[in-house]
Design a protein around this ligand. Structure first.
Ligand SMILES: [Mn+2]
Length: 370
């Protein structure tokens, strides 16, 4: 692995205390001794850390973290939606934190109040906070964040990485446009004004295969945080996916697994008037949901998997091009009303639903998407 920018910064930072030690060795002369407390004060109150909290489950989140790292250095904390608040609560108490970026982590009715509360605590400590995202957001949240002087970069028409790229282009290498184009593809946003321009720089098939291989590697390594961090570092280091060892081989294993899921969905899928749905037992719900939608012949597909330890179902919802309702908004309200949470894009979203409410969730969703 190449030594990352961030490690270099860290090394420089750790060298500082050693100079301090040199200073403490000099108590011989009075002048040096009186200077000591001053330097100490500055050192203890000095906030130097840059942290990016980003979404770990897809190419847009990982790529956003990579571009923030390339532009600003620092460390990434990669989380899923349920882990988002825990990570935020953790960084609030970090006395070294200077600057925080939050990327590709949409808010829901359930999380937005706590989020604003955490932001106000960070801002009281004068921490610079930038929230970059494209998920549907309650306008009152944007108003509250702006009032707290949180920098909000938010456009529902471009994926997060494209927005990171656009905002910090001058700090990024040329290769960052490729990372952003791939993220746009995997978020179904490569046809948007900025995303499509970035994609045009590159050969379409080359970008498609790169984005797809990245996605399979991210999805297949969700339980290996070190590997996800490694991907962030490699992308920040301007590597193409094919230059990261074994990514294509790993993608092949993933496609084989997916082909088995197709067979299982054909057998186990059920339909209602407006949607197809299926309980998934031995893979991720998000890996199966597109097949549920496609093979059901309906405009909406729902796949749900029980998280036995948590007493909930993790639900994935997808809409076809013919789906004219905003699924993210409907799912946000519906899941919240059933004691869960959820939200996302118009045609791709997710939810957490209490185990006992899953049937109600599906029948209500079926009613609401006519
Ligand atoms: Mn995204």
């Amino acid at each position: 692995m190449v030594v990352s920018k961030n490690k270099i910064i860290k090394k420089v930072a750790t060298k500082k205390p050693s100079t301090k030690k040199v200073a403490t060795k000099k108590p011989a002369t009075k002048k040096v001794a009186t200077k000591k407390p001053a330097t100490k004060k500055v050192a203890t109150s000095q906030r130097t850390k840059v942290i990016c909290i980003s979404h770990k489950e897809d190419c847009d989140g990982i790529s956003s973290a990579a571009l923030i790292r390339q532009a600003f250095g620092g460390d990434s904390i990669l989380v899923d939606y349920p882990g988002q608040m825990e990570a935020l609560n953790q960084v609030v108490s970090d006395e070294k934190l200077k600057s925080l970026f939050i990327c590709d982590l949409g808010l829901s009715k359930k999380t937005q109040d706590e989020f604003i509360d955490i932001m106000s605590r960070l801002r009281k400590n004068k921490i610079s906070v930038t929230y970059i995202d494209h998920h549907d957001i309650d306008p009152t949240v944007v108003t509250a964040l702006k009032k707290l002087k949180v920098k909000v970069i938010h456009d529902i028409n471009e994926c997060t990485t494209v927005q990171v790229y656009t905002a910090y282009k001058s700090k990024l290498q040329d290769h960052a446009s490729f990372v952003a184009a791939c993220a746009a593809i995997t978020d179904y946003m490569q046809d948007r004004p900025l995303g499509s321009k970035l994609l045009q720089i590159y050969d379409r098939q080359f970008a498609l295969i790169s984005a797809t291989v990245m996605t399979y590697n991210i999805v297949g390594h969700q339980r290996e945080p070190d590997y996800l961090q490694y991907l962030v570092e490699e992308l920040a280091d301007s590597k193409f996916p094919h230059d990261i060892p074994n990514t294509f081989e790993f993608a092949q294993i993933q496609v084989e697994k997916l082909s088995q899921i197709i067979a299982k969905v054909k057998k186990g899928m059920k339909t209602m008037s407006n949607l197809g749905h299926m309980e998934i037992l031995d893979s991720g719900a998000s890996g199966a949901v597109n097949f549920v939608m496609g093979l059901s012949g309906k405009n909406v597909g729902v796949a749900y998997k029980e998280r036995i330890d948590h007493g909930i179902y993790a639900v994935s919802v997808r809409g076809s091009d013919n789906c004219k309702v905003h699924l993210g908004r409907i799912v946000n309200l519906l899941a919240t009303s059933l004691g869960g949470s959820g939200g996302g894009h118009d045609k791709a979203c997710g939810a957490v639903v209490p185990k006992s409410k899953i049937k109600k969730f599906i029948t209500e969703l079926n009613k609401q998407i006519k």
